[in-house]
Design a protein around this ligand. Structure first.
Ligand SMILES: Nc1ncnc2c1ncn2[C@@H]1O[C@H](COP(=O)(O)OP(=O)(O)OP(=O)(O)O)[C@@H](O)[C@H]1O
Ligand SMILES: [Mg+2]
Length: 350
């Protein structure tokens, strides 16, 4: 089990966790053999295309679903073996902020009741006055001010951005130690998004809250997880993970490179260079129920070689970037250069 610098077990750890859904007689491996850990005050950003398994991974970490195989541990304790009291503490300490506040907020509950119910249930505010005070504090924390303008509102009376902030406030009600934020700022306009991310960063740096932050937007990964790590997911697997600056500035996996190339480039000269750098061979994402053999990325990969359709690559250190782990044989185990006269055989090198 990986341990933090202090020797303590990480707050949350996924150890070879998989989640297989069964749909119409077919197995859908939404998450396959994912290992990750997040300690106190750390941030891990999960990025990847739609359907890559980010939310399913987050739900495993939040205990909202049990893994089909592998383990999920909170402070070293396997969720599957927790006592009732341990589970209660875990439920308080790990909060999931849902991707879609339209779906996650109860339409018949006012903001006050959404925020006060968890406070009362966990005995964190006893008197009515204490609850009121805490609710107002939470609303101020997420910039819903003055609180009296929002307390009595119902979800349908709020804008998308305001609902998202209520969703974040609800995630904070129980003073969590790990927040799993699933695209939770996606409906916010830029200035509010930045103020919310700054608030979440303060929770991390001043109170040691750990974060799993999920986004499609690599610009947000850069902003929020620059001091942390970024894991790139593709079809249910982590294909690259490392310190965010390295992953963004020196991407090793061809999929990470393609994701970064897809970020719009305002400078026409740089945009032209990016295009010339070689993109994906196909825009189509294979189906989870019919995954390609070997490396599941190989049909789209500009670097694919024969071996890529035969062998499943494991995460390993990238020789050119030792702080990163990459699931790509072409990158981590480059073939020796072809002997003179044998040009044309084999594939491209990275
Ligand atoms: N309950 C479920 N039953 C069947 N399949 C599911 C279920 N939940 C997710 N899936 C499938 O698992 C895969 C991963 O879904 P997931 O929601 O984790 O992706 P995601 O990376 O969060 O995508 P997005 O960026 O669109 O939110 C998808 O193919 C999805 O259709
Ligand atoms: Mg999702």
């Amino acid at each position: 089990m990986p341990e933090s610098a202090s020797g303590a077990a990480p707050l949350i750890e996924l150890d070879g966790a998989s989640q297989v859904f069964h749909v119409k007689g077919k197995d859908l491996p939404a998450v396959s053999d994912v290992s990750l850990s997040v300690g106190e005050g750390e941030v891990l950003c999960l990025v990847g295309e739609s359907g890559s398994g980010k939310t399913t991974t987050a739900r495993l970490a939040a205990g909202l679903a049990a893994p089909s195989s592998g383990a999920v541990r909170f402070e070293g304790r396997d969720l599957a073996e927790m006592s009732r009291a341990e589970r209660r503490e875990y439920r308080r300490a790990v909060q999931y902020i849902h991707q879609d506040p339209y779906a996650s907020l109860n339409p018949i509950r006012s903001v006050r009741s959404t925020l006060s119910i968890p406070l009362r249930r966990h005995g964190l505010a006893r008197s009515g006055a204490e609850v009121e005070e805490r609710v107002d504090d939470l609303l101020r924390t997420v910039d819903l001010t003055p609180p009296e303008s929002y307390r009595e509102k119902f979800p349908h009376q709020l804008s998308g951005g305001q609902r998202q902030r209520v969703s974040v406030a609800r995630g904070l009600t129980l003073s969590p130690r790990l927040l799993i934020a699933d695209e939770s700022t996606s409906m916010l306009d830029v200035s509010i998004r930045v103020s919310l991310l700054n608030m979440l960063t303060r929770l991390r740096t001043e109170e040691g809250v750990g974060f799993i932050y999920i986004t499609h937007d690599l610009a947000l990964a850069k902003y929020f997880a620059w001091e942390g790590r970024t894991a790139v997911m593709y079809l249910g697997k982590i294909v690259e993970v490392g310190p965010t600056p390295q992953v963004i500035n020196h991407p090793q996996h061809p999929y990470t490179r393609a994701l970064l190339d897809a970020v719009p480039e305002p400078d026409p000269e740089l945009a032209r260079q990016k295009k010339a750098g070689g993109g994906l061979l196909s825009a189509d994402i294979p189906s989870l129920s019919d995954l390609p053999s070997g490396c599941t990325f190989h049909p789209r990969c500009p670097l694919a070689e024969d071996r890529c359709s035969q062998t499943v690559p494991l995460l390993s250190r990238a020789p050119a970037a030792p702080e990163q782990e990459v699931a790509c044989m072409v990158v981590t185990d480059p073939r020796p250069a072809a002997p003179a006269g044998a040009a044309g055989a084999g594939g491209a090198s990275p």
